[in-house]
Write a protein that binds this ligand. Structure first.
Ligand code: SF4
Length: 355
């Protein structure tokens, strides 16, 4: 917000340059070494094999957005949270861990003390919507992989360069914790569990696949692409991955590059037909359930909560048909604008089996 207070300001105050916070913040963010690391980072394991391979092979990111304000706010918040955990709760923070092929920084670690086991913690800042998802569905697979890999590296002597803890020696980490903090209101959701060797095994197998890759393009795109996956929308490699530059002019969806031959088109048709059948059956079930609930009061029923919103009168809105009648009555030409195009509708049906 800017207000004109020049009348009250000393000479020069209104023209003194205001440093551009976000320009500087983006410069600062880009200069962080993490985006150019050649070893695999635990935070990339379990998410998308092609993205992890781009990082591993040192591909220069094509899409460093200038609007990653939420991510940068998250980084700043993260730094403050780690400082509090260290200063108030005695955590060892930002521990560099590596086994020579995986390199990461565990957010916080507490050595065992008395009855309390060694704990490794990963802090994640999230939007309220993303936090709701965590509450409903629990941590995502890659988040569990990440914190288990930190524990694994601690347990196998992966700590390097630490002023207080012994380096190169196994450290006890029997509990893993993910602390989610809401970026808007500071809500905290904690997931804590015993270290699970099996999760680490899965994470290492996933990583192995990427470490064996000759080039990023040999790895599958594990996510659905721009417009369909938020992770792809924010991926620093999305233009390279989805050849966005060559698609820029003709308005085609990036996913069209996946339909490269008859087999791929047939596969997409099969997925479409299957999904349409499931969707149609689900819509019918949902419509019947909705009608049944029409007169039910808001409240908690078993494991479900019912609430109602809306149903309020809308303010009056212009009546286009009446306006046309008035203009026609006055003999005035009706203003027109381009109607654009009708939306393209796809038709997919199964070909009846011969015979
Ligand atoms: S754009 Fe999506 S599919 Fe491609 S590398 Fe990034 S995350 Fe993976």
């Amino acid at each position: 917000m800017s207000t004109d207070r020049s009348a009250n300001m000393p000479i020069g105050a209104s023209t003194a340059p205001v440093p551009d916070l976000w320009k500087g913040a983006h410069r600062d963010d880009r200069s962080r070494p993490r985006s150019r690391q050649r070893l695999l980072g635990p935070s990339s394991i379990g998410l998308c094999r092609r993205r992890a391979a781009y990082e591993l092979h040192g591909t220069w990111p094509t899409d460093l957005d200038d609007n990653m304000h939420a991510a940068i706010l998250g980084t700043w918040l993260h730094e403050g949270i780690l400082r509090v955990l260290a200063e108030q709760y005695g955590a060892h923070t930002e521990l560099e861990l590596t086994d020579g092929v995986i390199l990461g920084h565990a957010d916080a670690y507490w050595t065992p003390s008395g009855q309390v086991p060694g704990v490794v913690e990963d802090v994640k800042t999230k939007s309220t919507r993303a936090l709701d998802l965590v509450v409903r569905q629990g941590p995502r697979r890659h988040e569990l992989f990440q914190v288990h890999l930190y524990a694994h590296l601690l347990r196998t002597g992966g700590l390097t360069n630490h002023p207080h803890l012994p380096t190169g020696k196994p450290l006890e980490a029997d509990v893993v914790r993910i602390r989610y903090v809401g970026r808007e209101y500071g809500q905290v959701v904690v997931h804590q569990q015993a270290y699970d060797e099996d999760v680490t095994r899965q994470a290492l197998a996933w990583a192995e696949d990427v470490l064996d890759s000759q080039e990023p393009e040999a790895m599958p795109r594990d996510l659905d692409g721009p417009g369909l996956s938020v992770i792809c929308d924010n991926c620093p490699f999305r233009s390279t991955c989805w050849q966005l530059d060559s698609l820029a002019d003709d308005g085609r969806a990036p996913q069209t590059i996946l339909a490269e031959d008859t087999a791929a088109i047939t596969e997409a048709l099969s997925a479409y037909a299957d999904a349409a059948e499931i969707e149609s059956a689900a819509k019918k079930r949902k419509a019947k359930a909705r009608k049944m609930l029409d007169a039910a009061d808001a409240g908690t029923y078993g494991a479900f909560r019912l609430s109602w919103s809306g149903g309020n009168p809308r303010p009056p809105e212009p009546d286009a048909e009446a306006m046309i009648r008035v203009l026609e009555g006055l003999g005035v030409d009706i203003p027109m604008r381009s109607g654009g195009r009708t939306s393209r509708t796809i038709g997919v049906s199964r070909v009846p089996e011969a015979g």
